[in-house]
Design a binder for this molecule. Structure first.
Ligand code: ZN
Ligand code: ZN
Length: 364
């Protein structure tokens, strides 16, 4: 009976529509000013916000960090204290640093056939996403993982599925997940760009893109030394993942030869790729607008600053940073017996790109 009191035809009245207060126009971060962005992986040891001053002092205007120890499964302190996040965001705004790239934990292997390791990887990547969001990161870089000979197809599906599981329930906003190409060491996925494409295709609803590492690309067989070689690699990238999906380029020279499938980073211009090639990469019109991030080794004090300066020089700029600031400490080569923290750097997992990491980053 009561139903009869309702009008039989419902007329849409625009005035009845719920209108939330208009959201404030998103603030365009100061770093998105169109200027070339050169950064370096900096240590978070001691104080996470200290990484910002470190990068700035070295002359970088972008940076990459780990948001936790890269070779340990996060324990209780998986989150970063809100006060530290606030301080980090405020300092970053002051220094106009960006993009902020976070590199994921090396132990994460979303392709692992071992259900326990895979579950742990999904959980750890979820925590990576949470920390990246709390720090206001622009990009979170992750290696595709290792299939351990279960076959490429199922491994790729497992990675895509794992990314989706890890992101479930999170509002990623401006954060983008970048899958990094690899040297193809062992059974690791991602030395082929069509494998990266297949991963991206498997998680279309997520904001995913790609990070290209020059040392990995070279070790995977792309001859970046010549202009033709670079063109061929860019063509392949564009024909698979698409160049528009490449947001970050890791600019590392390679200690190992072309096609070696061994991942060892070297100072820019001191390795097998050479300075000329890096000039072409930095100035290539198809790579304009990408962030160029160094993950070069620190063999002696000042190596970090030298590599940043070299990149600026290649793009025709004199940027020195602040000479009064110390850079990162050299990475210890010899490992103290029984030292727990050092073991990771000797294992096969730790070696994947580990040569470039500041030892201090591991302490946190
Ligand atoms: Zn990496
Ligand atoms: Zn890299």
């Amino acid at each position: 009976m009561a139903e009869e009191q309702h009008p039989t035809s419902l007329v849409f009245d625009a005035a009845d529509e719920y209108r939330p207060e208009p959201l404030p126009a998103p603030e365009i971060p100061a770093w998105k000013d169109g200027s070339i962005r050169i950064g370096i992986h900096t240590s978070i040891a001691g104080d996470i916000a200290g990484a910002l001053d470190l990068a700035h002092g070295l002359g970088a205007n972008a940076l990459q960090i780990f948001s936790a120890s890269p070779r340990m499964w996060a324990g209780g302190a998986a989150r970063i204290a809100p006060a530290d996040c606030d301080r980090f965001r405020a300092r970053r705004r002051e220094l106009r640093l960006g993009p902020l790239v976070i590199h994921g934990n090396y132990l994460i292997n979303l392709a692992s056939p071992n259900p326990v390791l895979r579950a742990r990887s999904v959980q750890a990547f979820h925590q990576e996403l949470v920390r990246a969001l709390s720090l206001g990161a622009d990009f979170l870089v992750i290696h595709p993982g290792s299939s351990l000979n279960t076959g490429t197809g199922p491994a790729i599906a497992a990675v895509a599925q794992g990314l989706k599981q890890a992101a479930r329930g999170l509002k990623l906003g401006e954060l983008r997940i970048l899958i990094e190409n690899t040297a193809g060491q062992g059974s690791s996925l991602g030395a082929r760009f069509d494998e990266l494409q297949a991963i991206l295709d498997g998680c279309r609803d997520l904001p995913v893109g790609v990070c290209i590492d020059t040392a990995h690309t070279f070790a995977a067989g792309w001859d970046l030394r010549s202009a033709e070689g670079l063109e061929a690699a860019l063509r392949e990238i564009d024909g698979t993942v698409g160049l528009d999906r490449v947001a970050v380029v890791h600019v590392n020279d390679s200690k190992t030869p072309l096609g070696s499938r061994v991942d060892r980073h070297e100072h820019v211009g001191k390795g097998r790729i050479g300075l000329e090639a890096f000039e072409r990469i930095l100035k290539h019109s198809l790579l304009a607008g990408r962030a160029f991030i160094l993950e070069t080794p620190i063999d002696k004090p000042g190596d970090d600053r030298r590599n940043v300066t070299v990149l600026w020089k290649l793009v025709g700029k004199e940027v020195k940073g602040s000479a009064s600031r110390d850079g990162m400490k050299p990475r210890r080569k010899k490992v103290k017996k029984g030292s727990k923290g050092s073991r990771g750097s000797r294992g096969s997992k730790g070696k994947a790109g580990a040569g470039s990491r500041p030892a201090r980053a591991r302490g946190k």
